[in-house]
Write a new protein. Structure first.
Length: 337
């Protein structure tokens, strides 16, 4: 049975939009939703063997039950003083951030349409819906602070849905690992108002859920594909990593919606420390903080679910050769979550 992207989008959007309809939730409801989004344990007994029905049920149930029903349309963007506003508007990320979320939504919806398993299909489609919500959050932020964006290019349906989904998923694993550290650095430094970092906190945690889903989908997908397909699939995974490495060397060029060539910093999550803090952090400091934040954000989810491992492993390997002391230990009272 075939499943069209438009049909999946329409059904899922209707369901989730109904979930967000109605009166604004009170503070207790918001706090409860935030806690659910960060802490979850499967009732499935025993080991969750990757690829098993129990593993799939746990993954899909996790993603559904940790949904945070915040509404981009009612986010109270704080008023910024001139200095803070300049810091926000000068960040070289807004064009690529908005466009990345737009591409992610389409790619996830396209891949979901190819999945025969109904539970996993619905879960990947839900992930795509949440990516579109991230795009709406960013679009409303740039409107609130009058940040000028290049015209968005046309979002094209991917010819190879699996490749596009792999690129998106692994890219999010890379970017989220560094974003966790940069976000905590920004929170500690006070470079941006507390109200602004608090507003973005659910979005950052949502990215943690997204890459948790991707890591477990990858294990489920590998375990359930025919053995004859495995060599080709593993070659594609290596090719994705090679592509992402090439993409992050220097500045990648793209064409915007008006046909003009634009330069975009695809590597900001790795190099952006100076944009979010006045302190001079060493590479060792940044790696330590990214590792600590990565562990903290995943800590509330069932330990039997797989975590993304490539970026933490590479970071720990690099850190071994950096002898600077750890100045970025978690504070005595950690951030929410």
């Amino acid at each position: 049975m075939s499943h069209s992207v438009s049909d999946i989008d329409a059904r899922l959007s209707g369901s989730l939009d109904d979930n967000l309809a109605g009166r604004l939730p009170d503070a207790a409801t918001v706090a409860a939703a935030d806690a659910r989004a960060r802490h979850w344990h499967s009732p499935e007994p025993g080991r969750l063997r990757p690829g098993s029905p129990e593993h799939k049920r746990a993954v899909c149930r996790m993603f559904e039950e940790t949904f945070n029903p915040y509404k981009p349309s009612v986010i109270p963007w704080p008023k910024l003083d001139a200095e803070a506003l300049n810091r926000i508007t000068s960040l070289p990320i807004w064009d690529i951030a908005v466009q990345t979320e737009g591409k992610a939504r389409l790619r996830m919806a396209a891949y979901a349409a190819t999945i025969q398993d109904p539970e996993m299909r619905e879960t990947i489609a839900r992930n795509g819906w949440e990516e579109n919500r991230h795009k709406e959050v960013l679009s409303r932020l740039v409107a609130a602070y009058d940040i000028k964006l290049a015209p968005e290019p046309e979002y094209v349906h991917p010819r190879d849905a699996e490749w596009a989904y792999l690129v998106t998923g692994f890219s999010e694993c890379v970017d989220s690992f560094f974003a966790f550290g940069l976000f905590e650095m920004a929170r500690r430094s006070g470079f941006f108002p507390t109200e602004l970092t608090d507003t973005f906190e659910p979005v950052i945690q949502e990215e943690c859920r997204h890459i948790l889903l991707f890591a477990n989908w990858l294990a489920w997908h590998r375990a359930n594909m025919p053995l004859w397909r495995r060599p080709w699939f593993e070659l594609r995974v290596w090719a994705v990593w090679a592509f992402l490495g090439w993409e992050r060397i220097g500045l990648a060029k793209t064409v915007d919606g008006s046909g003009k060539e634009q330069k975009q910093d695809n590597n900001f999550t790795v190099t952006g420390a100076k944009s979010v803090s006045a302190e001079d952090y060493t590479l060792a400091d940044i790696i330590d903080l990214c590792l600590a934040e990565n562990d903290r954000r995943f800590a509330g989810y069932d330990a039997r679910l797989l975590r993304p491992t490539t970026m933490p492993a590479l970071a720990r390997f690099a850190r071994f050769f950096l002898r600077a002391p750890n100045r970025m230990a978690p504070p005595a009272t950690p951030a929410a979550g």
